[in-house]
Write a protein that binds this ligand. Structure first.
Ligand code: ATP
Length: 233
């Protein structure tokens, strides 16, 4: 179980937090959609859930173990149990890497170089990238093709939890359907849990087991305007 309880998070302790008192759970194998207006703090909470952003208060628990370290300080097995896909692939892809190297990045970073020759073509095929695209760099492919590579990168370490932050927001309907199918096939095969952040209620309702609205996740404050500063520790 992935559990976020009373999470408060922001970017500057001197100003109001952007997320206040947010509570959200995702069970293994469950797909949860998170819906809310622009700027309310969904991406910030998604980053907390993916252990990429340390909250100012509250707890994150993964399979009963409270998370105490974040980002690169989190224990590797815990860190690599999360696969994350962001809204804008160009901001999350190193422009110097070919798509093949982009997909292989987590394997190399975790000492699994020997699996690269098998895993990269396998993942490329799963997400619908043809071999000719794998040698190109991000500026030589479309947004949809780059997002396919970013999804492959998120899956390459076989995560138990997937965090998709507006993964399809900038994609057309057919690419959206293709990427959602890849995620769902992966979840069916592995039992991974999913947190999908978005604006599109129709998509989230169709995709997820349940969709929660920001107002129910963080009822005591939405966005910086409604939030109070966190007291200094
Ligand atoms: N790195 C950052 N530094 C400072 N403030 C930030 C940072 N990232 C986001 N914010 C602010 O935090 C607030 C919440 O942003 P966040 O991206 O979490 O919202 P969101 O609900 O995901 O929005 P959207 O749906 O438009 O993507 C916004 O006011 C935003 O300006």
């Amino acid at each position: 179980m992935l559990e976020l309880r009373a999470v408060t998070a922001g970017y500057d302790r001197r100003s109001a937090p952007v997320v206040r008192d947010a509570t959200l759970t995702v069970a293994p194998g469950e797909a949860v959609g998170l819906l809310g207006p622009s700027g309310c703090g969904k991406s910030t909470l998604a980053r907390v859930a993916a252990l990429l952003h340390r909250p100012d208060a509250g707890t994150v628990t993964v399979d009963g173990t409270p998370v105490r370290r974040w980002r690169h300080r989190a224990p590797r097995p815990l860190r690599t149990s999360f696969g994350v896909v962001f809204q804008q692939p160009r901001l999350s892809a190193d422009p110097r890497l070919s798509l093949a190297d982009l997909i292989a990045e987590p394997l190399r970073a975790t000492g699994r170089r020997d699996t690269v020759p098998a895993r990269v073509p396998e993942l490329a095929s799963t997400v619908g990238l043809t071999p000719d695209l794998l040698t190109r760099r991000p500026h030589e492919v479309s947004d949809g093709q780059l997002q396919r590579a970013c999804l492959a990168r998120a899956l390459v370490l076989r995560p138990r939890w997937l965090i998709c932050d507006e993964m399809t927001a900038m994609l057309d309907a057919s690419t959206t359907a293709a990427l959602v199918t890849v995620v769902e096939d992966y979840r069916t095969a592995t039992g991974a849990g999913l947190l999908a952040v978005g604006h599109d209620r129709t998509l989230l309702d169709r995709w997820c087991d349940r969709t929660v609205h920001w107002d129910t996740v963080a009822p005591s404050g939405r966005g910086t305007a409604a939030a109070r500063p966190v007291p200094a520790p």
